[in-house]
Design a protein. Structure first.
Length: 563
């Protein structure tokens, strides 16, 4: 009885302390709000120059949130629609065309199949001069987006220039749907493939529908491609995991400072594909909900993760309504995969002198166990079971892309070639590649390589230390060799340049679907997955943790090049 009384007293005391701390927090919030409101009022009334109350408030809010993390952000009413498109819905009213600026002029970059721009024969390479009578010259990206988008069924008039001729196009905006699943189907060797680009509304159902169709073909393996998927809605990730694991299995736990934000998410229904061998593809741009899916399926020993280490975003956000139709998105919790690990890579509570969040040190990473006893680690994303070297583009390829020189040639190629058969096996011929190289003769595709920058820095340091005379000859010789090497870049990097150019060309004929299908022939991660599916014993060895597969992503053995 005495012990019970002591326990009750302890509970009452703890409750009193929590209540007291809560009241103290409320007092500090109220006090500082009064100070801020008074300061804001005095600045707007008394400052020597005219001020913009809205801009001042936005600046103040942004500065306050900058000290937290990049995911906690204020969304004013003017940005609500963009917010919904990026984080919630996959639909908007528009014409289904992408644009880009080249030397201040606005061009159509890509057209999506079946939408108004495609129906009205608008083509990549068309210059957009006016949108509903408004000149596009001098406008920025957000202004162009506002002009092109609008209510479903509303008219849109475009003045275009194509090959020197002026064209007038009248379109009717439609509801543009950007599916979460951009591609699904069967690859050769009876392998199902689902490419999931985001986790917005209905993504779980889209994956389920794609999986249901694939299951009709009795696949011997399934690939879920989460590369470059920045995430989205946590609950959708749980639904997708549920398609492959049994009911009542823990998928993820979110834990916040506020006990109300601590939630356990379990599977709620029976899976539709519980036994088929499964591979999940990830890379350094797979984040958030992508990491929940990859991490959960890895922890449950249900899938083999292939690719590179994921981004490492283990934080959960929630939106709260603010006055005057504005919102704030706040990081309210961290999430933990079934093994208990949090894969957050950056420590926003500790920043360096430049305000940059530090990575968690390798020594701070802890080991956790998967369902079958394999070892995984927290603190730095999801490390793949099978690592594949990432594709890294050379400076010449990046320069050609950034200066839109692939864009120009792809448009010329489409004009000269009406049809393009065999989308899945299409490769640019050597004759066409030579024509592309020749088209660059009068174009500026110069770039400064990392080596050249280092040479420049070395020269500057030598000058500061009065040692330039001693190393000048060597520096000039190195510079000459670099220039000579750059002249042959178009030959040295021919293979990768061709692949990027092929992607641009394919999109002119077969849109997004064609780009994905044509890329399969070069895809190293998909090739690795196919190899595994043809070797069932290897799949079992990985999931059982045999040999080197017992420990995944040991921080003491992974070099920075594999991050």
């Amino acid at each position: 009885m005495k012990k019970i009384k002591i326990s009750v007293l302890l509970i009452v005391a703890c409750s009193a302390l929590i209540t007291l701390a809560f009241k103290e927090d409320l007092f500090l919030v109220s006090k500082n709000l009064d100070i801020f409101a008074s300061l804001y009022k005095e600045i707007n009334i008394n400052y020597v120059e005219e001020t913009s109350p809205g801009d001042l408030m936005k600046t103040g809010i942004d500065a306050m949130l900058e000290g937290l993390d990049p995911y906690t952000e204020y969304i004013p009413e003017s940005e609500i629609e963009n917010y919904k498109l990026n984080y919630v819905s996959t639909q908007y009213g528009g014409i289904g065309a992408g644009t880009l600026f080249i030397e201040g002029k606005l061009f159509v970059n890509e057209v999506s199949e079946g939408n108004p721009a495609n129906k009205q024969d608008i083509k990549p390479g068309d210059q957009i001069v006016k949108i509903n009578g408004t000149d596009t010259q001098g406008k920025d990206r957000s202004q162009i987006s506002q002009l092109l988008r609008g209510p479903k069924g509303s008219p849109l008039n475009l003045v275009l220039i194509r090959e020197g001729a002026v064209l007038n196009k009248t379109l009717v905006r439609e509801e543009i749907k950007q599916p979460n699943v951009s591609y699904s189907g069967m690859l050769e060797d009876q392998i199902g493939y689902i490419k999931l680009d985001k986790f917005l509304e209905n993504s779980g159902q889209e994956v389920k529908d794609a999986l249901t169709n694939i299951n009709k073909s009795n696949p011997k393996g399934i690939i879920i491609d989460l590369r470059n998927n920045g995430g989205g809605i946590l609950q959708e990730a749980v639904k997708i995991v549920n398609l492959f694991v049994q009911k009542d299995i823990l998928v993820v736990v979110q834990k916040g400072r506020n006990p109300e934000k601590t939630i356990r998410y379990q599977t709620l229904s029976q899976p539709i594909s519980p036994q088929v061998p499964l591979v999940v593809l990830v890379n350094g741009s797979s984040a958030s909900a992508s990491e929940i899916v990859a991490g959960a399926l890895q922890d449950l020993d249900r899938a083999i993760v292939i690719g590179q280490r994921s981004y490492g975003k283990g934080l959960v956000q929630q939106t709260f309504n603010l006055p005057y139709n504005s919102l704030v998105k706040v990081t309210v919790a961290k999430y933990y995969t079934p093994s208990g690990r949090c894969i957050q890579a950056l420590d926003y509570a500790h920043k360096d002198e430049n305000g940059i969040a530090e990575k968690f040190a390798d020594t701070a990473m802890k080991a956790f166990g998967t369902k079958g006893g394999r070892t995984v680690y927290n603190g730095n994303g999801v490390y793949p079971d099978v690592f594949v070297e990432p594709v890294k583009y050379s400076p010449i390829t990046l320069s050609l892309a950034n200066k839109n020189l692939f864009f120009d040639y792809a448009n010329a190629y489409k004009k000269a070639n009406k049809d393009l058969p065999n989308v899945k096996t299409f490769q640019l011929s050597d004759v066409n590649y030579t024509a592309f190289v020749n088209s660059l003769a009068s174009k500026d595709y110069n770039y400064t390589s990392k080596t050249e920058r280092l040479l420049s820095d070395l020269r500057s340091e030598a000058e500061k230390e009065n040692k330039l005379a001693a190393v000048k000859t060597d520096l000039e010789e190195l510079k000459s060799k670099m220039l000579s090497a750059k002249k042959t870049d178009l030959i040295t990097h021919k293979a990768e340049i061709k692949r990027v150019l092929e992607t641009q060309i394919i999109s002119r004929y077969y849109f997004e679907k064609g780009k994905i299908e044509q890329s399969f022939q070069y895809d190293k991660e998909i090739a690795q997955a196919k190899s595994l599916f043809s070797n069932q014993s290897q799949i079992f060895a990985i999931l059982k943790g045999d040999g080197s597969f017992k420990v995944i992503g040991n921080p003491s053995k992974i070099s920075n090049s594999n991050n």
